[in-house]
Unconditional design. Structure first.
Length: 570
């Protein structure tokens, strides 16, 4: 029998603490000692299985202690191409995610992130410094960094949504444990290897040509993850049912050398005056009928009742073979099959789909080589390390078959998620994206934004983009009313973000910051009757008459400060 050494050590330590507590309680009246030891005791009793690391605070944590983040729109970078409105946010993703919880809590369908892999090779910046291989806290810093962001991302997810995180061996094991902690181990979906390159130099004993796509559900019981359209070249035949059943294939004869012979499945079938027997031999059929059959012998795969239903409904084909004989085949339709019911049989219609295999992403189309090709089609010269290919992210997003999705990427990098979303909408969908990235080396404006802009222009996509920058309002040692007016200056950005609209040309949403602006709105109600939601400043009070007018036109009012800011501070 094995011994849990760690458990025994904890028990020994707890016993020693109890001895000290009892001694202090008997000989001293100072309760602080006892309280301190009780806290220590609870900490020791805590579950020890899982991820243990030194927690770190970032500079942005210090900023958030005394400031509230806000978004500021750069109107000069607005792309208006008369289509679905998307958003690109420049700034640290932690405060950006916190702010997004005010507009998108529980509203995101799919999250894809490609965080720094923490290779120790200038790929992970922590507090303005690169974390190198010699940093003894490199894993703890990375885990602290990731946990804060994953917690915020979880708040943004619908119960039906999932998150996909790409990672390599440097942090894959740690990330799996961290995601178990944040999302719960039951919500783990898959850890899928992805080919990163087909060949190349390596400094290891074994060439490393893959990383991973780690997928977690918000709620495994409600997550929407479906397979893809089934593509099989054997579905090459068509009949009069093709419009509703799709094409069919002929890959199975009705008769087979069964593993367990059953007399009820051994019967003659007559079609167009010709009689067929399992195994094609009438003589052997007679022998079996006389009781001379083997444990495994020839029979039909379908019972008489099933055959009669299938034959009547076109699921049977008689086909000649090279030897001049004929065999009975069953049709396997792409989108229809026979289903047994209480009263017999019926035809069930469905879209045949193939689930994503845990080996599918090893195809070269998902490698970084193709990611660089994607960028080269848009930029003459660009230096960008470890981009992800468009086909990879399109594949991940498509696990949710809906054409109306909100997709978030808070490590947007070169903007592949944005391009992938735009390309998927070629099917007539209205998917939209929110991208967040810092502006290290001007990447947000010169690469991420520029890429989306060029894709929209090149392909003529009906899509628009708003560019926001993250800023802060100082709230340190101030009462709410002292900084509320400053926050109101940035309400428009949040209203646009939450509703996915451009307020400059959208009549359904209005903002009235002051009583005077509300009065102007009411006096022009005939022109504003298309309005469905009216955002009001924190000092705005409407009269009884104004309230009746708003009710008459079914206009919902939302008080701005409480809704967007009060819970966010701190």
């Amino acid at each position: 029998m094995s011994t849990n050494i760690s458990k025994k050590r904890r028990e020994d330590l707890l016993n020693k603490i109890n001895e000290i507590k009892n001694y202090l309680m008997e000989n001293f009246t100072n309760g602080d000692f006892v309280k301190y030891l009780s806290e220590l005791e609870n900490e020791i009793k805590g579950t020890k299985y899982g991820l243990i690391y030194e927690e770190h605070r970032e500079k942005v944590d210090e900023i958030l202690d005394t400031h509230t983040p806000v978004f500021v729109e750069d109107k000069e970078l607005f792309i208006d191409n008369d289509g679905q409105l998307n958003f690109l946010i420049e700034g640290d993703n932690l405060p950006a995610l916190k702010l997004l919880t005010k507009t998108h809590k529980g509203k995101i369908d799919v999250i894809f992130i490609d965080p720094p892999y923490n290779r120790g090779s200038n790929d992970f910046i922590y507090d303005d410094d690169f974390v190198d291989k010699e940093d003894t806290y490199k894993h703890s810093k990375w885990l602290s960094f990731m946990e804060k962001r994953l917690i915020q991302l979880k708040l943004l997810m619908k119960n039906s949504s999932f998150i996909c995180i790409t990672i390599d061996d440097n942090e894959q094991a740690n990330l799996k444990l961290l995601c178990d902690k944040v999302f719960g181990p039951k919500n783990f979906v898959a850890c899928i290897p992805r080919r990163t390159k087909s060949s190349g130099k390596t400094t290891n004993k074994i060439a490393s040509n893959h990383d991973y796509a780690l997928i977690y559900a918000r709620d495994i019981n409600n997550v929407i993850i479906e397979g893809f359209e089934h593509v099989d070249k054997d579905f090459k035949y068509k009949d009069e049912f093709v419009d509703i059943r799709g094409p069919y294939k002929l890959n199975q004869t009705l008769d087979y050398d069964s593993l367990q012979y059953s007399p009820s499945l051994d019967y003659p079938i007559t079609i167009d005056g010709e009689t067929f027997y399992p195994g094609t031999s009438y003589e052997k059929y007679l022998e079996r009928q006389n009781g001379n059959y083997k444990r495994a012998d020839w029979a039909w795969r379908w019972s008489k009742d099933l055959f009669e239903f299938g034959f009547k409904n076109g699921f049977i084909v008689v086909k000649g073979n090279k030897k001049g004989g004929k065999r009975i085949y069953t049709k396997t339709y792409l989108n229809a099959k026979i289903k047994k019911t209480i009263n017999g049989y019926e035809i069930e219609y469905y879209n045949r789909k193939k689930p994503l295999s845990s080996l599918d992403l090893t195809d070269s189309i998902y490698s970084n080589d193709n990611a660089k090709k994607d960028l080269n089609l848009l930029f003459d010269e660009i230096e960008f390390d470890y981009p992800k290919p468009v086909e990879l992210i399109k594949k991940i997003i498509s696990l949710n078959p809906s054409k109306h999705l909100t997709i978030l990427d808070c490590f947007a990098g070169s903007g592949t998620t944005g391009q992938s979303t735009l390309e998927l909408n070629k099917d007539g969908g209205k998917r939209k994206f929110i991208l967040v990235t810092n502006n290290q080396n001007n990447i947000c404006k010169e690469v991420t934004y520029e890429r989306i802009k060029r894709v929209i222009e090149k392909e003529g996509y009906k899509a628009s983009l708003k560019y926001y920058k993250l800023d802060y309002v100082n709230t340190d040692k101030q009462l709410y009313y002292e900084y509320a007016d400053k926050l109101l200056l940035h309400v428009k950005e949040l209203v646009q973000l939450e509703n996915g609209i451009n307020l400059e040309n959208n009549p359904k949403v209005w903002i009235a910051i002051t009583d005077e602006e509300l009065e102007i709105f009411i006096n022009s109600i005939d022109k504003n009757k298309k309005c469905k939601k009216l955002y009001l400043g924190h000092d705005v009070l409407f009269s009884k008459e104004q309230e009746e007018i708003l009710k008459k036109y079914n206009i919902k009012t939302v008080t701005i400060p409480d809704y967007y800011y009060r819970e966010l501070k701190g």
